[in-house]
Design a protein around this ligand. Structure first.
Ligand code: GH3
Ligand code: MG
Ligand code: MG
Length: 368
């Protein structure tokens, strides 16, 4: 600018020219520096933004790029200023959004850690080792809540969750094994129980049902026949003159004969029939679905077969063979009968068979 001053008159002013030029140069350099700083800061800001769509990180970057371009383009200050003013509020908003986003995430993470710690602490497990591992894990969880860096929290939390998963899986495997073992034990106990139950219903000597089982079964048959059309008949068997076997040959022989007799009777008993030792040398046979006629027929077969059989008095093939006969009383279920009435009728028929000379079948029809 000093070049335009005239010599002489304007000469005092010319001394200011170099000074001004220096100041202008310094100003330009400062401006260039400010521009450089601004551009660098804008790059940092761009880098600082997280790539999160829900807070419009892309919009924020666009805004930063637009402002940077205005600086590079060296537009008229007014244009640059208006562009900056337009973007300034949006950039500020974005920074606010990112801050609260990070704050929210951090809070969520802390809540999750808290929830997990409580859930772990409340697990009701018996295994001591598992308890210990859970306990230490809970402590580690608590230490995570003291971390400030969200990235560190995430990394440590991921590691903890992996460890928890491994511990829970190991526990599951152990529990499955225990459950399997328990179910095996339950199964075998059920079998034992069933066996014991059966044994309480069986006669120790002959292996047929005992009196208790007979009473239960007869009651059930009577109940069934009262609610539906179900018929059945009853045989009451008694060995004739059993004392004649016991007295000369002894009780053991008597026992042996009892077992052989029931073995013989079983040949006439079907799956749904029930044979029971009623007491002493008396047996009862329940025949479901059998009419009186069929029951008499079956009784006659049994009596005949028993009488035709020879019974070993002792062990060994050459032991003296014994003969025996039985008397049988037969009756059938009638409407309104009770179990007691039924047994009484069969007993009366049996008594009559004895009275008439034994080794015979007498049915309720012959009772007066
Ligand atoms: P009846 O023809 O009138 O039936 O004569 P009985 O001798 O068979 O009749 P009684 O009722 O007088 O005798 C039955 C005998 O059966 C008496 C008893 O000692 C015997 N007895 C009962 N239970 C058993 C047993 O489990 N084993 C043996 N060996 N004998 C038994
Ligand atoms: Mg007898
Ligand atoms: Mg008797």
């Amino acid at each position: 600018m000093a070049l335009f001053f005239k010599k002489g008159k304007d000469s005092p002013r010319t001394t200011e020219a170099p000074d001004l030029a220096l100041r202008l140069k310094a100003r330009e350099e400062r401006l260039a520096l400010v521009e450089q700083i601004c551009r660098t800061l804008l790059i940092f800001m761009k880098d600082f933004s997280l790539e999160i769509a829900e807070i419009d990180a892309a919009g924020f970057r666009d805004d930063i790029d637009a402002v940077t371009q205005r600086i590079v383009a060296e537009d008229a200050p007014r244009t640059a200023a208006s562009e900056f003013a337009k973007r300034q509020r949006r950039i500020g908003d974005y920074i606010g959004r990112q801050k609260s986003y990070l704050h929210d995430r951090e809070k969520e993470l802390r809540d999750i850690i808290d929830l997990l710690s409580k859930a772990i602490a409340s697990l009701n497990v018996e295994n001591r080792l598992y308890n210990d591992s859970i306990y230490t894990q809970t402590e580690r969880m608590e230490s995570i809540t003291r971390l400030d860096d969200i990235k560190k929290i995430k990394a440590v939390l991921k590691d903890e969750i992996d460890q928890m998963r491994t511990a829970v899986r190991a526990k599951q495997v152990q529990e499955n094994r225990q459950a399997e073992l328990l179910s095996q034990q339950v199964h075998s106990l059920q079998g034992e129980l069933e066996k014991v139950k059966q044994e309480t219903l069986l006669d120790g000597l002959t292996g047929v049902y005992n009196r208790r089982a007979f009473d239960i079964h007869l009651r059930e048959c009577v109940e069934r026949s009262t609610v539906m059309s179900f018929s059945f008949s009853l045989l009451l068997l008694d060995i004739d003159d059993f004392k004649q076997i016991n007295d000369p040959h002894g009780h053991l022989t008597g026992d042996r004969v009892l077992v052989s007799l029931i073995h013989k009777c079983r040949q006439f008993i079907r799956g749904e029939d029930m044979a029971a030792r009623y007491g002493g040398e008396e047996f009862a046979i329940v025949l479901p679905g059998a009419s009186l006629r069929n029951a008499i027929k079956k009784a006659r077969h049994i009596r005949k077969a028993v009488a035709a059989t020879r019974y070993a008095s002792q062990e060994g093939e050459d032991s003296p063979a014994l003969s025996l006969t039985i008397s049988i009383g037969v009756c059938t279920m009638h409407r309104g009968d009770s179990a007691t009435a039924l047994v009484e009728r069969a007993d009366r028929a049996l008594y009559l068979a004895k009275h008439l000379g034994k080794n015979r079948v007498v049915s309720e029809k012959e009772l007066r």
